[in-house]
Write a protein that binds this ligand. Structure first.
Ligand SMILES: Cc1ncc(COP(=O)(O)O)c(C=O)c1O
Length: 351
């Protein structure tokens, strides 16, 4: 057991997040599922521009950008990406320019999706928007954003690209290694013991960082990733390689075994950014029972997974489970038409 986070404190980082984020009990949801104690870590409350998990991740990317004296940050993501909205906000705060490439990843969307929610905020932060219409193509999207960076460099700008596809050091995951440390301190301080935490698993930075940090610090808390982007087999490989890369970045032995990686892809269909009945139920239950907002793309699916796991464990009232709320609320407004149709007539919506 290493019980050390190696070089973590020496790596460049800027302070962006309001931490520690609170841990709240979900008493009504607990009663609803039948007994097991449920809690939420409010990483949707990380402070910057409506918050979310990406604030912790940006601390390391933008730390590196500043160490390289970059004046312009470039990032690519889905049209309703929370990551790009937060990169734009952070760039404003740090006095940098931001260029965003929006990828057409989700079929069958309307003009509200294309302009409201996160896109409205991207524009409000003054980001320059570019569009990538080839759909799901991580490597291609990364290539195009690097071309744009090259064009800006020729005009004298000092650019920093936040990459999307694998093949780059997973700096963002370091934010969740730190979060694991914060969580263990909070649990100690409040005498809490979580048997399991559930998080959305997309790029895998949140999932891998949290799992790595918990294992490195000697915790045996189970971390379950709910797939929101690709199926469990593909995501397993991603999390595994991310953990190896985190170990390299920190200069410590990888404490994560293949068998530590738990993934559930039952809530992914019909695909990234598209909803299903369990996700819609999770949006409604969280709101009605806890006044808690989850977004259609990420946290509705992870909440649906959390509820399903809690239902399986309902007889075990000594266990406690933690939902990692990774944010995403501005996207609710991007999905206004679908959500309104569902709320007005839940039985008639086509998924
Ligand atoms: C709100 C929200 N939750 C979860 C995720 C997934 O996190 P990760 O990419 O670290 O797997 C994202 C990714 O953009 C997100 O915006």
């Amino acid at each position: 057991m290493t019980r050390s986070l190696g070089r973590l404190k020496q790596l460049p980082r800027v302070d962006l997040a309001h931490v520690p984020t609170p841990i709240d009990e979900l008493k009504n949801l607990c009663q609803h599922v039948g007994g097991i104690k449920l809690f939420v870590k409010r990483d949707d409350c990380t402070g910057l521009a409506f918050g979310g998990n990406k604030v912790r991740q940006l601390e390391f990317y933008l730390g590196e950008a500043q160490a390289q004296s970059a004046d312009t940050v470039l990032i690519t993501g889905a049209v309703q990406s929370n990551f790009v909205r937060l990169a734009a906000a952070a760039a404003c705060k740090l006095g940098m320019k931001c260029c965003i490439q929006l990828e057409d990843r989700v079929a069958d969307v309307d003009s509200v999706y294309k302009n409201s929610g996160n896109v409205l905020l991207d524009r409000l932060f003054g980001a320059k928007l570019y569009y990538y219409d080839k759909g799901e193509d991580e490597a291609g999207a990364d290539r195009r954003i690097r071309e744009i960076a090259g064009e800006l460099e020729e005009k004298g700008r000092r650019t920093y690209v936040i990459p999307l596809a694998p093949g780059h050091p997973p700096l963002g995951a370091l934010g969740y290694v730190l979060c694991a440390q914060e969580l263990l301190q909070q649990m100690n301080g409040a005498n809490l013991d979580f048997a399991e935490t559930v998080t959305a698993s997309g790029s895998g930075h949140t999932h891998a960082g949290l799992l790595f940090g918990l294992k490195a610090l000697g915790s045996d808390m189970k971390v379950t990733g709910i797939c929101v982007r690709r199926d469990a087999d593909a995501q397993q490989q991603r999390i595994e390689s991310r953990c190896h890369e985190i170990a390299q970045l920190l200069g410590i032995t990888n404490p994560v075994a293949r068998s530590d990686i738990n993934l559930v892809d039952a809530f992914l269909a019909p695909g990234y950014g598209m909803s299903n009945p369990a996700a819609m139920e999770a949006i409604e239950l969280s709101a009605h029972l806890e006044g808690l907002l989850v977004d259609p793309t990420y946290t509705a699916k992870s909440m649906a997974g959390f509820i399903a796991i809690a239902r399986q464990h309902k007889a075990d009232s000594k266990r406690a489970m933690l939902f990692m709320h990774t944010g995403g609320q501005p996207a609710i407004f991007g999905y206004e038409s679908k959500l309104t149709r569902y709320l007005l007539n839940p039985d008639e919506i086509a998924y």
